[in-house]
Design a protein around this ligand. Sequence first.
Ligand code: NAD
Length: 368
Amino acid sequence: MASGLLPEGFDRVLVTGGAGFIGSAVVRRLLSNSHVQVFNLDKIGYASDLTSIGEHPRHQLLSVDLADPLATDQAVRHADPDLVLHLAAESHVDRSIDGPSAFIESNVTGTFNLLQGVRSHWESLPSERRGRFRFHHISTDEVFGSLGPEGRFSETTAYDPRSPYSASKAASDHLVSAWHHTYQLPVVLTNCSNNYGCWQFPEKLIPVVILKAVAGEPIPLYGDGANVRDWLYVEDHVDALLLAATRGRLGESYCVGGAGDHGSQSERTNREVVETICMLMDQFRPQGAPHARLITRVTDRPGHDRRYAIDASKITRELGWTPLHSFEQGLEVTVRWYLDNLDWCEQVRQKAGYLGDRIGTKAAGSPE
Ligand code: NAD
């Protein structure tokens, strides 16, 4: 190992979406635990923020929209990578309901443009670097659709995406597999469950609940609150990504989820997540207790998938990955972090023009 994190020969890493929640956690890890040069390709959209990365001599931002094929091609040539970690995507299901076209542009066309640029870069490499090169596509468990009360998603589960977001991610997964089978591009895919942790743009469930509780405003609970997600702390996801990217078998996909050694303990209903956050808030901010009085049922998300759960035994067996944080540990760190960083939340919400209102309620038939 050259750096303790990546094997010998991975000197230049291109991370797409490195100004987002998971991508910035990957970039921070690469900067703190390795000696690689990191090229961060990001269009700097509403959910982007570079505060957590700051200035670093081994980090370079390439402010590029993957929807632009020429700029994408130039960025790939400039980065001249040994490894590509592709995280850039529009990522919020509710936004995909209100405005699906941005999801097709970024997630489908953007992935296509990146694959084309990366393929021509890979084909031009000298044989030693070409033999080492890898492209890792980061995807979601949402491509598999919705589970009943039993069973888990695995690498052999048939695709059945049901939201514009998951359909666009499914399409991008298929493009990546096709570039492997048709052009032999050396790819690895991962499909991960719901992530949570520090620095997540405050429009997703956990930061939304924390900020509503701080403000003493109604905490929205979609439908009956019984939808189940398999929660994974973002730093555990980063461990899995770097292992799969550098040691995963080429052409293979790996499911990543919170189960690991903690068994099904990472599966929670939305109601359980919200109530646990309220309990932590009672502990950390007793003046607002009981915060659970703020929980308010709202109309469900259209087409809301009922349950996601991951069987992560393949990545555990083949690559030795297992999550290190239980849901309770990760959630406590996360709630504390948001309470200590309310200024950051305010600043990114202002910058994005998003003040915490409900999105994703467009009924069938309403235009974008
Ligand atoms: P995020 O929305 O926080 O960040 C995505 C980043 O991608 C943003 O900085 C955005 O500007 C950038 N981006 C979007 N479209 C782009 C384009 N056309 N060109 C260049 N940059 C673009 O998302 P996240 O939660 O960090 O998710 C990262 C990846 O992980 C996504 O591919 C997502 O599908 C996947 N994923 C997320 C989760 C989760 O729970 N958050 C779970 C599994 C998989």
